[in-house]
Design a binder for this molecule. Structure first.
Ligand SMILES: *Cc1c(COP(=O)(O)O)cnc(C)c1O
Length: 424
């Protein structure tokens, strides 16, 4: 027995953990080359060769296609933009419903609202935290147009079952793989499993360009619509001879040459960075799996989890104290942990007050929409339980951590678990 730091004992660790940093000399050199060129973006918002962007943007897209084995990659300035573009490209319209996850970054649920469609929340699986195919099935109505599914924390969603459902009901599936670059299921890359897939290159993700994203698809018609929405579609359709004007109000979602140059170098590092996460997770899991009430992340037999987050499930009855007390004790030992993840998204004020676009409650009040979906507490009980009681996020699961760093995490978990009686 040793005295817990929260009660004045000496903490397992006093040093901060190393920061995750994926950027090195390769990125620096690539950026300087762009600077020497002086052309920081190669895009023009009209129908001409520059409609597709500069040389590095196009090189990143070709490299991304090759890496993920997809026919088309379209870079964008964020995954949020990518999700909006994907919803637009799918032809989603006011009065449509899009099935979304309540347990994700907000944009994976808000994207349909931009096109006047209604987000319908389907509950998650308690083991992978991704949307449950049975919950999705229960959300289907004649108005369902698309499913926006998330590979949460780096574990691929049950895409085979969801694609089957989509075929039966003629739906478009958009896979939000923002957290899952390098994950696979059945040997195929996450992000490449739906009709469109969206990756994030923001500074928190496994690889990054500061801000950025990539949308992929095997469908040339969708790829063209994504490119149009990215770059002022309304000013391009005539010159390009595009006749379907649905959702062809364009945006500027264009990536700069600097970000693309960084992205080209980052993509080369992806496999190494992902392997480091998988190794770190294996080390944590072997140290934690015997602790009562602490369940390391589950991995489906045919999946490769890339651990954007290492999400533990916490069973307070078996551990012998509340999640809150346990996490406080861990923090005192020098190990930062997160409680929950995001609040179930339907509990955000925008849904509670049904105020999204404009003053009059559009699209919830749209005259062409005759249903009222629920955003009440209790709607997705698994998500609520995970957020309120069960999920604990461990941030020490990435490249750049030493064996000792990971051992400290394990030692602190063991110490707090063994001394849990002193906490209550
Ligand atoms: C980070 C993230 C996004 C948004 O990515 P940005 O590039 O910051 O817009 C969307 N969905 C999920 C699941 C994410 O983790």
């Amino acid at each position: 027995m040793s005295k817990l730091a929260i009660h004045g004992g000496s903490p397992v660790r006093t040093d901060p953990f190393p920061r995750y940093n994926t950027v090195g000399d390769e990125e620096k050199r690539a950026v300087v080359e762009v600077m020497d060129d002086g052309v920081l973006s190669g895009f023009l918002g009209e129908w001409c060769p520059s409609f597709y962007g500069g040389p590095r943007v196009q090189a990143l897209e070709r490299a991304w296609e090759q890496y993920f084995d997809v026919r088309h990659a379209v870079t964008v300035n964020s995954a949020t933009s990518g999700l909006y573009a994907a919803v637009g490209a799918a032809g989603v319209s006011p009065g449509d419903e899009v099935i979304v996850s309540p347990y994700s970054m907000t944009a994976s649920a808000t994207a349909p609202l931009i096109y006047g469609a209604i987000p319908v929340f389907a509950d998650i699986e308690p083991d992978t935290f991704c949307m449950s195919k049975d919950a999705i099935r229960r959300c289907l109505t004649p108005r369902t147009r698309a499913i926006l599914i998330v590979d949460l924390f780096g574990h691929p969603a049950a895409m085979n079952a969801v694609m089957q459902l989509a075929r039966e009901h003629d739906l478009v599936v958009i896979e939000d793989a923002a957290q899952a670059a390098g994950a696979t299921i059945g040997g195929r890359y996450a992000g490449a499993l739906g009709h469109m897939g969206v990756f994030s290159l923001n500074c928190h993700k496994s690889i990054q360009t500061g801000e950025g994203g990539v949308v992929v698809t095997d469908d040339p018609a969708l790829a063209e619509r994504l490119q149009l929405i990215r770059n002022h579609a309304e000013a391009v359709v005539e010159g390009k001879g595009v006749s379907d004007l649905v959702n062809m109000v364009g945006f500027n979602y264009r990536m700069t040459e600097i970000e693309a140059a960084i992205g080209l170098e980052q993509l080369k590092k992806l496999e190494r960075l992902v392997c480091a996460r998988i190794d770190a997770a294996a080390h944590l899991t072997s140290g934690l799996r015997h602790l009562p009430g602490i369940s390391p992340p589950a991995v489906h037999p045919d999946a490769r989890h890339v651990y954007y987050a290492y999400a533990i499930r916490f069973d307070a009855a078996k551990v012998g104290t509340s999640r809150k007390r346990f996490v406080e004790a861990m923090r005192a030992e020098g190990i930062p942990l997160g409680e929950g993840y995001v609040r179930p998204l339907y509990l955000e004020p925008m849904y509670q007050q049904r105020t999204a676009v404009g003053r009059d409650g559009f699209p919830f009040t749209y005259a062409g929409y005759d249903r009222e979906v629920s955003y009440d507490r209790g709607l997705c009980p698994v998500t609520e339980r995970m957020h309120d009681f069960e999920v604990v996020l461990c941030y020490q699961c990435h490249a750049g951590l030493t064996r000792k760093d990971l051992d400290d995490v394990v030692r602190a978990f063991c110490k707090v678990s063994e001394n849990v009686a002193a906490l209550s």
